[in-house]
Write a protein that binds this ligand. Structure first.
Ligand code: SF4
Ligand code: SF4
Length: 462
């Protein structure tokens, strides 16, 4: 894209900006989208991949391969025996050199199948495109193809996509493709929209058919004018998609806020989007659905934004699931200075990592590497000065100041009364707090205590 194109996009977006949709609360954070102008680079030659058998909420997979086995790309290597879950596939061709337990990004011990990459990129005979007619696709077929392809939501702790589709059956009249990408630094979805718009739109069409819907919304923040322009051109004259422009604000990508911005509907506490007639899929999820149907390829690669003040050549990289952060960082030129923090995901909701050899999973949207210079803001907390900024920032309309105080004092019953369980841990309150009170962390601690108590009560009631 040249300078004129960018100016043209900017003029275009300034015309729609006044109409941009939004939600109440939230914060404006520095965008730091350093990699938005760089094409995605392919890294398909990690020496080994370490593929966790649990990558989403639900039952973990049991490995169905053993040490010494030869595997091909797209071959199923782990299956769920019972309960919620979908298979895990080999992301490279090669030899299984170990099956061992490792801690995942949330600190839980999970079995990993470790494959030495032979570099041959052999595709498994199990990888077969959908052979039926797309016009006659049934709901059950979509659920089964998506389940077998191992597709799960693309950020943080998410459910398998097939389960999301199943739970929304016969309940929804609105399908939204989430292209908000409101976390600083991350540009993976933005680049996907620019470089593979047809896969995103194609996946959306399949999902629309599953739900028997005629039209869906593609929601893009107004800081991505080139993507708004391109997707509008792609769907121009069609009657199956509308592009909705969202104001750039954090956390616009949160499903509740996205639904409110587009439909004006609020999701009651404890309810799901389907309970208000909506279902939301991430742009990368749509692209994965398309690839599963058209090429038969399961989810074995994903785009990860590699950035932070330590990275020599930040960019978004498409890599096999199981690639280590270390190899990914080396692919981006390595670190120019000593790193202090590695974050899996964005700086607002991502999780700090202690292991540079941890693997990329289906939920890894970014790997951010920061030096000592970029300190967490809550290192020196002071007392609450009752400024009310956290209350204004809270998208869930909670009283974060009170909840944090109760949590610090161990008054978890009061936290519950003040609805801490509705806190989505977006971090907006912590971000705006002038006293550097670690509100989100205190809320998280209170939620954990309340969940513990609920579990005990449930156990006692048996
Ligand atoms: S972390 Fe929780 S309390 Fe804080 S702004 Fe987000 S939803 Fe509100
Ligand atoms: S933003 Fe911080 S200082 Fe202000 S009311 Fe909330 S907790 Fe207190």
């Amino acid at each position: 894209m040249n300078k004129n194109d960018i100016m043209c996009c900017k003029t275009f977006i300034s015309e729609v900006e006044a109409l941009a949709l939004t939600f109440r609360g939230g914060v404006h954070v520095p965008e730091e989208k350093n990699t938005e102008g760089k094409a995605v680079r392919l890294f398909d030659s990690p020496k080994t991949v370490s593929i966790p058998m649990s990558q989403h909420i639900g039952a973990p997979c049991i490995p169905i391969v053993k040490k010494g086995d030869t595997v091909d790309m797209g071959q199923i290597i782990g299956e769920v025996k019972a309960g919620l879950g979908c298979p895990v596939h080999a992301s490279v061709s090669g030899t299984v050199i170990a099956i061992e337990e490792k801690r995942n990004s949330m600190g839980m011990a999970v079995q990993n199948v470790i494959i030495e990459n032979d570099g041959e990129n052999r595709i498994s005979p199990e990888v077969r495109p959908y052979e039926g007619s797309f016009e006659e696709l049934t709901f059950e077929e979509v659920v089964e193809v998506v389940r077998r392809a191992g597709i799960s939501g693309m950020g943080g702790a998410t459910f398998p996509t097939y389960a999301k589709i199943q739970s929304a059956k016969d309940k929804v009249d609105t399908l939204i493709v989430n292209c908000a990408e409101c976390e600083p630094y991350i540009t993976a979805n933005h680049r996907l929209l620019l470089e593979e718009p047809d896969t995103v739109i194609g996946g959306m069409k399949i999902l629309l058919r599953a739900f028997g819907l005629r039209v869906g919304d593609i929601a893009i923040e107004d800081n991505k004018p080139d993507a708004v322009k391109l997707i509008r051109e792609k769907v121009k004259g069609s009657d199956f998609a509308e592009v909705k422009v969202l104001a750039t604000k954090y956390p616009q990508g949160d499903e509740r806020q996205l639904i409110y911005a587009i439909t004006g509907k609020e999701i009651p506490a404890g309810k799901l989007p389907a309970d208000v007639g909506c279902v939301v899929f991430n742009a990368e999820t749509c692209a994965s659905v398309y690839r599963a149907f058209v090429y038969g390829m399961p989810l074995i690669k994903r785009i990860v934004t590699v950035d932070g003040d330590c990275i020599a050549d930040p960019c978004s990289v498409k890599c096999p699931i199981g690639t280590s952060y270390r190899e990914l960082i080396d692919f981006c030129g390595g670190c120019t200075k000593e790193y202090r923090y590695i974050v899996n995901g964005g700086p607002m909701m991502g999780a700090a990592q202690w292991d540079i050899d941890a693997p990329v999973t289906k939920g890894t949207s970014a790997v951010l590497v920061f030096s000592e210079k970029v300190k967490p803001v809550y290192e020196q907390p002071s007392a609450c000065i009752r400024c009310g900024r956290c209350v204004r920032a809270c998208q869930m309309r909670l009283m974060p100041n009170y909840i944090a105080t109760f949590s610090r004092e161990g008054k978890y019953d009061l936290c519950e009364q003040y609805d801490v369980m509705s806190c989505v841990e977006c971090g907006a309150c912590t971000y705006v707090c002038p006293g550097s009170v670690p509100i989100t962390q205190l809320n998280r601690a209170a939620k954990a205590k309340i969940n513990e108590k609920r579990k005990l009560m449930k156990g006692g009631a048996k």
